[in-house]
Design a protein around this ligand. Structure first.
Ligand code: G1P
Length: 297
């Protein structure tokens, strides 16, 4: 066992979610639902499965619905209890966070993902910590962060979730420069945020799950503006290369980019079909839709 246990996770949720306007005019993007659960619930469940005990949300103005979501809801619970709906009470349980387990810190200005993570510096302290980007929803038999925590227990250092993307998509991601490819674990000799088309060092992209050393926070404290004029988490991690190890972890699972409309719709279909209570009816509907489309061609 090389590494310290990871018990804290940072959830950057300060973004305006402009890609989903007008929906995000009055609700945070992270409250938008995949089937019947908000995006943020998937990230929280994944973190819990990985052994996370302290949940740090980096929020901004207009995100109070998130705080309410994780609070107890005495009226709803009393009403469900009165009507004997114990199954729904169970469903609500997953949304409650114990006092002290959850903290909110504000990012006052949208200066980038790196800056958002840095806002949690004092709460994280001198410990390794996880970062989960709720836009990246990952369906997996063993939750992605749990896979990473297990791998990290062997490697230590810093670890980012990684996945191959089509070369023309590389410009939308953080991209790893590979030193040593060991299969599911890759050692990086560089990392570049949103490389210009044709300059990407590989097509192995960073996906929104990270296990980072507190040194990355220190790097963020003196970070300069990077790609897109923003303070980039990728740059602060890349700064560690040469001082400590930075690994990419090829997770087993299917990632959905719920930061895009097409990705959100794909996730909705996949999660709908994976639900025992919806599978038959929804599957039959999709089948009919496809058959009708084919007949119309
Ligand atoms: C962020 C990160 C990027 C990473 C991506 C994964 O970018 O900056 O390195 O590849 O998430 O989803 P964003 O999608 O916020 O532009």
């Amino acid at each position: 066992m090389k590494a310290k246990k990871v018990t804290k996770a940072v959830f950057p949720v300060a973004g305006l979610g402009t890609r989903f306007l007008p929906a995000t005019k009055s609700i945070p993007k992270e409250i938008m639902t995949l089937v019947d659960r908000p995006l943020i619930q998937y990230a929280i469940d994944e973190a819990r499965a990985a052994g996370i005990k302290e949940f740090i949300f980096v929020t901004s103005r207009g995100k109070s619905a998130l705080e309410d979501y994780f609070d107890y809801s005495p009226e709803i619970e009393a009403s469900l209890r009165r009507s004997g709906k114990t199954d729904l009470l169970e469903v609500l349980k997953d949304t409650n966070m114990d006092s002290g387990a959850i903290a909110y810190v504000r990012q006052n200005r949208p200066l980038g993902l790196g800056h958002a993570v840095w806002c949690a510096k004092r709460l994280v302290g001198d410990e390794p910590f996880a970062v989960l980007l709720p836009d990246d929803v990952i369906a997996a038999e063993k939750p992605c962060l749990q896979q990473m925590v297990e791998a990290y227990a062997e490697t230590g250092g810093n670890m980012v979730a990684a996945m191959e993307v089509a070369p023309e998509k590389a410009k939308s991601y953080g991209i790893l420069d590979i030193e040593n490819d060991m299969g599911s674990i890759v050692e990086a000799k560089g990392m570049v945020e949103k490389p210009a088309a044709g300059t990407e060092p590989s097509n192995l992209a960073v996906i929104g799950r990270y296990i980072l050393s507190p040194d990355v926070m220190t790097n963020l404290s003196r970070a300069k503006h990077g790609a897109g004029g923003e303070i980039q988490l990728t740059d602060a991690i890349a700064e560690e290369i040469g001082k400590s190890k930075v690994y990419g972890f090829r997770f087993r699972g299917q990632r959905y980019d719920c930061g895009s409309k097409a990705g959100f719709l794909q996730a909705t279909v996949a999660f709908g079909l994976s639900r025992p209570d919806l599978r038959d009816e929804f599957g039959a509907y999709l089948h009919d839709v496809i058959a009708m489309q084919k007949a119309a061609q």
